[in-house]
Design a protein around this ligand. Sequence first.
Ligand SMILES: Nc1ncnc2c1ncn2[C@@H]1O[C@H](COP(=O)(O)OP(=O)(O)OP(=O)(O)O)[C@@H](O)[C@H]1O
Length: 602
Amino acid sequence: MFVWEKGTLNKEQEDAIKQEGSILLVACPGSGKTRTLTYKIAYELSRIESDKEFVIAITYTNNAADEIKERVELLGVDTEQLWIGTIHSFCLEWILKPYHQYLDDLKYGFRVISSFDSEKILTELCKPYDKPKITYWDCGIIAKTDNYYLTCLDVSKHQPLQKIYSEYFKTLKKNNQIDFEQILFYSYKLLVQKPIISHVLCKLFPFILIDEYQDTKEIQYHIIAKILSANSGNSKTLIVGDPNQSIYKSLGGFPMPKVDLEKLFGFELLELSLIKNYRSSEKIINYFEHYKTYPNLIEACSWDKDYPSIITYTTLVSVDNIIEEVANLILFNVSEKGISPNEICIVAPQWVHIASITRQLMIRLPDYSFDGPGMAPFSRDIDNFWFKVSRIALTEPSPYMYIRRLRWSKEVLKELDSIGMDVSEVSDKCFLRICNSISINENDGLKYLENFFVEICNHLSISMDDYDMLYEHYTAFFESSKARIERLIKEGNPCIGEIDSFRKVFKQKDGITVSTIHGIKGEEYDTMIGFALLDDYIPHFNDNNGSENAKKLLYVLASRARKNLHIISEYGRGINRYNPDGKSPTPHLLEYKYEYDEIKLK
Ligand SMILES: Nc1ncnc2c1ncn2[C@@H]1O[C@H](COP(=O)(O)OP(=O)(O)OP(=O)(O)O)[C@@H](O)[C@H]1O
């Protein structure tokens, strides 16, 4: 049985781990959810009784899966019987790949289309629609258990969008392709049409963990429920998350209430909570509690709980001075409060706000480095085979990276095996050795990777023409990267195509982080600086549940801060003929009668 040193976990974390039954765990920000999940997985792995069983952990992102898996490995636990990944990967691996032949639509096989290719097809299909004008940004569907639903809030566009999607699905079908929403839809359909699949799977999975349940979609709950409920209550689950941080409502995510989960699963859940916050000062916690939409307790337990936090808010800065204001706040935190630049994060509601600020801050503060948005020359399309290879190609063979690179090698070999290549003679260590032996002298990042991939193919005697998947992924990888690099160069990043920018994607974060609020989910910094906190962005003008969702975004923003928090609703944004004064501050910020600190910036 897996045991841990006394003092590693607090009582509530231990209770959640040792509980025999199924649990709904509501965790406040900074309560050590990741630590709890890591130990819970290790604990359940040590209790597995058969070598045919698996502990399943569903995470919101591939990065979270990587991080948790690595932490479990660091505990010295064998992870052979751990399967961890996103719900889409789960559906692909356990439902669609083994059972697709039972569905008429997929019986001749299928390939998953990348988001880049999907965007290309939809953009083309939108072109003829002028009145009303339809663009790719109007496209969006959510798969529910009975059908696909459009997400565009402008219903006058629904008729043309239905036509566009009908054509889109036809195109995919013709090419035996499916997209991300279809992965969920077809998986659910299979589980409904062939109950035997759930019966087989439930016997393999004695324990299923779902992280970030507040961002889980209806169809995802139903997929897991089909499997859990097939085992007459013998499969256990841990559902964990924070309803106050449910910020993906527009994509269909919501925290399903306990009673509804129980009805769906067919068994009871014990509700437990993690209420000790190890992240923020008491002052920060008191501040963000105001934005709660779900009543939970939070207790300040951080070493810095008595830190004399500075919390500021201003509406007096003009959009023309925003760079100066943010730069001064950075300098104030670094020089006067001793905060490390790596521990500062700047956020805004949308990508467009931060794309330009990163560049301008780089010019204003040349001695600082910035980890900006979309600064990667290629997209982190984790399902792309060549992206998987590029992770190894662009990282150095160091002891620190060894376990990670070995895992990546294993993943690459698994992919090759799944397309019918005989790689039985190549071990993960051997593949890593091959990669380490390749030396390419090339400064252009894409050319470097092209050469690297050719060498890999030569070493393994692979001809890309023989394998559709390798060829399609190759084209998608390079086409999307080229488009991305062109855009970034146009936006003023002339060196983005160089090999150093490519390598940077996998290096440890360095410098001040610049991100959207959605992008910093799960992260923590000493100082958070938020700007463009304005009506129409927060709440979003198209959001019919705007007030509540705005609170959640402010809650997430403020609860990332350990020590200091600076929020700005600058004036002068969005001025036009109909709105000569520009956008006004987010109403919640104006209504909150908080005694903010005043600081003198140079
Ligand atoms: N039992 C504990 N004692 C002391 N510190 C802890 C304990 N558990 C976790 N921590 C620390 O608490 C901090 C927050 O943990 P973590 O990032 O896992 O929070 P979280 O619950 O995932 O937060 P959020 O939901 O806001 O993303 C980390 O620095 C972690 O090391």
